[in-house]
Every structure is written in C-alpha cells, then in structure tokens.
Design a protein around this ligand. Structure first.
Ligand code: B4P
Length: 191
C-alpha cells in the first residue's frame, strides 16, 4: 500500500492537493477535518462538542480523532492505500497511527509537509471564509489555529524526521506547480 501523510499549517493546501493526489493514485481520503465537519452537520453529540472546539481554533481530543481513524482504516482494507489529510496533528496521534497501521502490517510511506508563510495562510483562509462562510475562517480563529499548529503540531515533523520520512515541499505557486513537486516526492517512495 501507498500511505501518505499530507501535512501543513491550516490553509497550506492540504485539502486542495489531496483531491489531485486521489485522482492520480486512487488513494482513500481520510480528512479528520472533513470527518469532524460531517459530525457537526449531523448535529451528533460528538459534532456539538467538536464544533465548540473547532470554532475556538483548538484541537479536538486525540481520543476522538484516533477513534475516527481506526474506524476508517478498518472499513477500507482492500484499497491501494490512504491519504491522511490533517492527521496526525499531535505526536500522540502520530504514535497511534503507527500502531493502527502496524496492526494491518502497514506503515506510513512518506509525510509530505507543505511549507507556506503565515501571511499567505491568513490571506487564503480569510478569502475562503468570505466565499464559504466556514465558521473557523475568521481572523481571530485563523491566528489561533496557526499558533496551535506551531505549538502542538510542528513537533510531528520531528517524529517523522527521525524515521527519515519527512519531505518538505514549497506550498507557494499555482496548485498544479505544487502538485508536480508532491508527485516527485511520491514517485521516489513508490519505487
Ligand atoms: P482542517 O479541516 O484540517 O482545516 P485546515 O487545516 O484549515 O484546512 P486545509 O489546510 O485542508 O485547507 P486548504 O489548505 O486545502 O481542520 C479544521 C479544524 O478541525 C482544526 O482547526 C481542528 O479544530 C479540527 N481538527 C482537524 N483534524 C484534527 C486532528 N487530527 N486533531 C485534532 N483536531 C483536528 O485550503 C485553504 C484555502 O487555500 C482554500 O480556500 C484553497 O482554495 C486555498 N488554496 C489552496 N492552495 C492554494 C494555492 N496554491 N494558492 C492559493 N490558494 C490556495
């Protein structure tokens, strides 16, 4: 299987690039952000709790997110592999992902980290907020999300560095240009 972790700060293009990677490699998409927003839309108990946390720009608890991932992995064992979009976001989540994949004799092939400067992230997310009305795309929450990323999520890069699986990719330019850079990284690990 080809198992890709697509990593980066909020607004770095994870969701955007995931679509293109799926189209090319036929991977199964697991976006914890999308899964949480589905729960919010369904107004489930989990969704109601998650919305309050997401609107503050904080991270939903590891237990909840890991539970969602395990369910998805269990249900999709026959595919060509997975793209993990927006997960893991803490070192604990990274450790749990490793354990869950090991249960199926699988592992992460590569962690692709999209690198985008803060001012560009803020610009993109404000634009998306205007266009879609997404409730966490407002200036205060965007700044909080980026701070949370720098504090809680950046350490995940060191975790994959130690395993020689972290590949940084410049996330500035056209969507197609960035996709070409990602494909180069994937093709190397596919061999
Ligand atoms: P996510 O849904 O993962 O939100 P995100 O990181 O903001 O989105 P993404 O990064 O995918 O957006 P994209 O760049 O594609 O998470 C939302 C919240 O859910 C979190 O704050 C947290 O509370 C919770 N959560 C999710 N996962 C969790 C976890 N594992 N643990 C705990 N909590 C979790 O797109 C941004 C914009 O940029 C788009 O409008 C796009 O069109 C634009 N764009 C993309 N590429 C571009 C380019 N090259 N040039 C210009 N614009 C571009």
């Amino acid at each position: 299987m080809l198992n890709i972790v697509l990593f980066g700060p909020p607004g770095s293009g994870k969701g955007t690039q995931s679509e293109k990677i799926i189209e090319k490699y036929g991977l199964i998409h697991i976006s914890t952000g999308d899964l949480l927003r589905e729960e919010v839309a369904a107004q489930s108990e989990l969704g109601i709790r998650a919305k309050a946390i997401m609107d503050k720009g904080e991270l939903v608890s590891d237990d909840i997110v890991i539970g969602m991932i395990r369910k998805k992995l269990e249900a999709n064992q026959d595919g060509p592999g997975f793209i993990f979009d927006g997960f893991p976001r803490t070192v604990e989540q990274a450790r749990e992902l490793r354990k869950a994949l090991t249960d199926y004799d699988e592992r992460v092939s590569v962690m692709v980290s999209l690198e985008v400067p803060r001012e560009e992230l803020v610009k993109r997310l404000l634009k998306r907020g205007e266009e879609t009305g997404r409730s966490d795309d407002n200036l205060e929450t965007i700044n909080k999300r980026i701070d949370v990323y720098n504090r809680q999520t950046i350490p995940v890069t060191y975790y994959y560095d130690k395993m020689h699986k972290h590949a940084g990719v410049e996330g500035i330019g056209t969507v197609d240009k960035i996709f070409d850079r990602i494909v180069k990284v994937i093709e190397k690990v596919k061999k």
